[in-house]
Design a protein around this ligand. Structure first.
Ligand code: PGA
Length: 252
């Protein structure tokens, strides 16, 4: 049975006090369910507060939105995987489209970050996805496979079953325009085939999430696709009541 993962990407919202209040409200509205996990990605300054607020709930985990690949040193403004771990993070987003397109992160950077996350014991959530121009030119799969290969190709022997992949078409992020369940599913199938060919069919396979304008209205139909193991959600995760409702979406 697939174990669903609902990941909340708070982006640059919710400081420590707000994170505590949010998680108190969320916990009172959502009781543990055996078939799913809920992970929160607060800004780095709120990780510790969020980790404390979820301490007694093993089904709720906290992650960091980005890491730098060096473990420590003179890198002003950066957060390393070991430092995020120390603050309470158990996972990290890597290569989110805003990191790639706003901050100029490259495919080569994502590779170093995946390796650093795995070395420190953080679960990497590798984000991949095409822009609208790339999609319209029919290059969706080329781009997604290039991003996968650049970040994790040739890493045989590393425990990639701990990896999570999030397919997030750039044109769907924060735009209110989500991929259709069938479109998302088709790309997920290719991602899975690519992963299986690298990992071998017998190995535990990484979970593959969909992200991009997921909300209360479209979540059920997206999760009805067996190819989707969960969702990575920005805007619709910022309100604790709405998010508590969303994470209780029943998937057939
Ligand atoms: P969105 O963001 O749900 O606001 O589209 C998703 C993401 O960026 O992970």
């Amino acid at each position: 049975m697939r174990r669903l993962l609902f990941a909340a990407n708070w982006k640059m919202h919710l400081g420590p006090e707000e994170a505590r209040a949010y998680l108190k409200a969320f916990r009172s509205r959502y009781n543990r369910r055996e078939d799913r996990d809920v992970w929160f990605f607060p800004p780095a300054v709120s990780i510790e507060a969020a980790a404390q607020a979820t301490r007694e709930r093993a089904d709720l985990q906290v992650g960091v939105q980005d890491i730098y690949w060096e473990p420590k040193g003179a890198y002003t403004g950066a957060v390393s995987a070991p430092l995020a771990l120390q603050a309470g993070a158990r996972a990290t987003l890597i290569g989110h489209s805003e990191r790639r397109h706003v901050f100029g992160e490259t495919d080569a950077d994502t590779r170093r970050k995946v390796a650093a996350a795995l070395a420190a014991g953080l679960v990497p959530i590798l984000c991949v996805g095409e822009t609208l121009v790339e999609r319209d030119a029919g290059h969706t799969l080329t781009v997604v496979m290039r991003q996968l290969a650049a970040a994790i190709g040739g890493t045989e022997g590393t425990p990639l079953s701990r990896l999570v992949v999030a397919y997030e078409p750039v044109w769907a992020i924060g735009t209110g325009r989500n991929a259709t369940p069938a479109d998302a599913s088709a790309v997920h199938r290719e991602i899975r085939a690519w992963l299986a060919s690298r990992l071998g069919g017998g190995a535990a396979q990484p979970r593959v999430l969909y992200g991009g304008s997921v909300n209360l209205k479209n979540c059920a139909e997206l999760l009805a696709e067996p190819e989707l193991d969960g969702v990575l959600v920005g805007g619709a995760s910022l309100d604790p009541e709405g998010w508590a409702q969303l994470v209780q979406t029943s998937a057939p």
